[in-house]
Write a protein that binds this ligand. Structure first.
Ligand code: ATP
Ligand code: MG
Length: 772
């Protein structure tokens, strides 16, 4: 239903009914690499990375469509956004429950079987334990390498990149979501030194993106009814909700989720996005809580009261004295140092893996993950065997703690290789146990002093080593839980010394373990506010808030002295070109012209021959081209910017080709539907090699005017590069034109010109008078 072409418009651009977003794809998941190996190669080389189009392309189609929308469209659109926020919360909550349920049950079966067997033979027990772990890890690495290469790692650097404006191919696909969920179950259930929290953020983002694009066309799970949010800009908001939902579900920390999205992953934030993200997190909290209530009655096997991260340490240290601030600051320093070292070591190892090891193929990746699983199983089984058991402390009958206690269930004091029944093995309590229980034990705030310094140091060294080598293997992996385990170990060690030193004070080792955990995460990930809130929410202890703030500030400052945060380092390593919030200092002394010095701008004429367009696209890899036209006096005029992806759609559709070298006539624009030009999120677009034209078609012409962006952002050539950077970053742009100084000014817009009439009537009189 097009109104045709309007030749009276001043710049001579035709009227389009189209509002483009992204390129369509053959299979609905993008015409990316045909094999996952090819995709993997692309991911490794960084070639699969492309900027997103967050800018609204205000071509005539867009304006016309805006004008034709009924007055109910905006409320409908807003209502749908809230509905989607609800669905993202429910979806992510359910995914988290499923992952936890599976992991807890696998771990439960593993430990139950192993403990039943070691009563007869430790060797057979070790064999069963190792094979169980190996099978789970193998399933995880097999899924990732053969089915969903983009599901490897935590996914947070890629999502951070996505929200910064760059799309890594494959990160938001349906198969990535499936790979992430099942891969996490295998890697976490298989006892590797990694967590499921980072993958849950990625899972939330995938669910959000898939919902936003109306499902997955490739797997016939899509519906036109929900395909409303087709622009990258809308998807960006949904993905932000998904990230927050992931953290909220992982830690049962809804406010922490909102702040994590705000502080760590997003580059742009608006107040109404805050409300929606807050709503999504609240929904997650309700969904997770309902599942927990249901499972507490024992309907979910081994997944019960202790089966979801929440390390409630209330009942521990109530207050702190000023003398304790010094050792707490020391924990912050240790966290900063160990966190920065972790980032550096993982950076080196990941670099080596990407350039040498993983290039050798999938088999090497599978072998590597299996080998690490074997090493992890051996260390976690054999080291506790070498420890001497300690007698169980005298426990109050109402304390709720049993000694000894079987591992894999909620409780301290694991009896492992002990000669007496009433003994426990302190190293097995943390090493030969599920991660959640190990952390709960380390955080435990009763004054039993159940860990020896020797066990804690052994665990710290070995687990740190395992966490470093496990990071970067081809399995879904989060760094939150390993970080918490490492931090709480040295925190508890410091706590033991402080207890000895300040005998008179009421000090709990568990409090120091908690501060240690916060300090390591702060030293590695460099988050402050969000981590602080997450720690408070998961430990249910508001009184320790100032102390957590202190250690986080110290550890972040110390870590920043050495290197960048974990996610930034990993993003750079993966070739994701993140734009920081601030420009580099040197940019202040450069101007826009310096940034594009020696550049020969490749332009296209308004009406171009098809063969010329093909030749330009073949010889240049650029994603945008200025379009020029002749003015009335024959002078050259830049009339806009055309995207490579849009040119490819036009070339493939062929319907806009014309015989004449003059601007197109009316009716040319209704040959396309809006949905023809929509590409699902995170899919690789078409390439020029997909275009096949006959000799005759190559000789035809194409009028680009209806399809271009007529109002790209423009800066004068002598604007400082720092200013250009801020403009580019803050507006989420993909292209910006650098032009000579303009010769005249048509007008000047001020604050008052941007207010509507009714607003203007309310403007303060002083402003009225000053603004004329
Ligand atoms: P994107 O993710 O959009 O591809 P990019 O930075 O890789 O971002 P490209 O369009 O691939 O951008 O361009 C790569 C380089 O070529 C940039 O340095 C850019 O300044 C330059 N460039 C882009 N378009 C043109 C053009 N039409 N003519 C000349 N140089 C261009
Ligand atoms: Mg490029």
């Amino acid at each position: 239903m097009l109104s045709g072409v309007d030749h009276d418009v001043p710049d001579g651009i035709g009227m389009a009914r189209l509002a483009w977003t992204r390129l369509p794809t053959a299979d609905g998941e993008g015409a990316g690499p045909s094999t996952s190996e090819a995709a993997d190669d692309e991911l490794l080389s960084g070639a699969a990375i492309e900027s997103l189009d967050y800018e609204v392309i205000e071509n005539y189609a867009y304006r016309e469509e805006q004008a034709q929308r009924s007055k109910f469209w905006v409320p409908y659109y807003v209502m749908l956004k809230w509905l989607f926020a609800l669905l993202i919360g429910v979806g992510t909550g359910l995914a988290a429950i499923f992952i936890n349920l599976a992991v807890e049950n696998f771990s439960g079966w593993k430990y139950t079987a192993t403990f039943a067997i070691i009563k007869h033979s430790y060797f057979v027990g070790f064999f069963v334990y190792t094979v169980f772990n190996l099978a789970l890890v193998f399933s995880s690495v097999y899924i990732v390498t053969n089915f969903a290469p983009a599901a490897a790692g935590s996914g947070i650097p890629e999502i951070k990149g996505y929200l910064n404006g760059v799309d890594t191919h494959g990160i938001l696909l349906f198969r990535t979501l499936v790979g992430k969920i099942f891969g996490s179950i295998g890697s976490v259930g298989g006892g590797l030194a990694l967590g499921k929290e980072g993958p849950l953020v990625h899972t939330g983002a995938c669910i959000a993106s898939l919902l936003g694009q109306g499902g997955s066309a490739k797997y016939h799970l899509s519906s036109r009814w929900v395909r409303i949010f087709e622009s990258d800009r809308d998807r960006r908001d949904l993905v932000t909700c998904g990230c927050a939902a992931g953290v909220a579900a992982a830690f049962r920390a809804p406010v922490g989720g909102v702040l994590f999205a705000l502080e760590e992953v997003t580059s742009w934030w608006r107040s109404h996005l805050m409300w929606r993200v807050f709503f999504t997190s609240a929904v997650v909290a309700v969904v997770v809580r309902s599942a927990m209530n249901w499972c507490n009655s024992g309907k979910c096997g081994h997944f019960g009261a202790g089966g979801f991260i929440i390390w409630d340490i209330s009942g521990g240290q109530e207050d702190y004295s000023y003398q304790e601030l010094f050792p707490m600051a020391i924990i912050g320093v240790i966290g900063g140092l160990l966190g920065a070292l972790f980032n550096q070591l993982t950076l080196y190892i990941t670099k080596w893996r990407r350039t040498c090891l993983h290039k050798k193929g999938k088999r090497v990746q599978i072998f590597e993950a299996c080998l690490i699983s074997l090493v992890t199983s051996t260390i976690s089984f054999v080291l506790p065997l070498l420890r001497k058991c300690s007698p169980c402390p005298k426990l109050e009958t109402n304390s709720g703690i049993e000694c000894p206690h079987p591992p894999g269930t909620d409780g301290n004091f694991v009896n492992f290789y002990c000669s007496q029944d009433r003994e426990y093995n302190d190293l097995a309590t943390i090493f030969f146990n599920t991660q959640d229980d190990a952390i709960r034990n380390l955080f435990s705030a009763k004054t039993f002093h159940e860990y020896s310094a020797q066990s804690l140091i052994t665990f710290l060294v070995m687990f740190y080593f395992l966490a470093v080598v496990t990071f970067g293997t081809a399995v879904p992996a989060g760094q939150f839980v390993p970080g918490i385990m490492i931090g709480s170990t040295y925190g508890r060690l410091v706590g033991m010394f402080v207890v000895k030193f300040y005998k008179k004070l009421n000090i709990e080792e568990g409090t120091y373990a908690l501060l240690g955990a916060a300090s390591f995460l702060g030293g590695s990930m460099r988050m402050t506010v969000s981590l602080c809130v997450i720690m408070v929410e998961i430990t249910n202890n508001l009184k320790l808030l100032p102390l957590i703030m202190l250690v986080l500030l110290v550890s972040k400052a110390v870590g920043d002295f050495f290197n960048e945060g974990l996610y930034e380092e990993q993003a750079r390593l993966r070739g994701i070109p993140l734009l920081d919030s601030r420009p580099k200092q040197v940019m202040r002394n450069m101007n826009a012209r310096d940034a594009c010095k020696n550049q020969k701008v490749v332009c296209l004429p308004r009406v171009s021959r098809v063969v010329d367009i093909i030749s330009v696209l073949r010889t240049n890899k650029h994603n945008g081209f200025p379009v020029v036209d002749r003015g009335q006096n024959g002078e050259s005029l830049v009339i806009g910017l055309i995207l490579r992806s849009h040119l490819l759609v036009l070339l493939q559709a062929k319907v806009d080709f014309q015989n004449s070298a003059f601007p197109c006539g009316p009716g040319v624009l209704n040959r396309h539907n809006f949905s023809d030009f929509v590409k699902p999120a995170s899919s690789k677009g078409k390439s020029i090699d997909d275009i096949h034209l006959t000799e005759d078609e190559l000789g035809l012409y194409l009028d680009l005017a209806p399809f271009l962006n007529p109002s790209p952002y423009i800066v004068p050539e002598d604007m400082s590069l720092a200013k250009v950077y801020n403009l580019f970053r803050q507006l989420g742009l993909r292209h910006i034109f650098v032009v000579p100084r303009p010769s005249r000014v048509v007008g000047l817009i001020t604050r008052k010109d941007l207010l509507l009439e009714e607003d203007n009537n309310n403007v303060m009189p002083e402003l009225q008078s000053t603004s004329g």
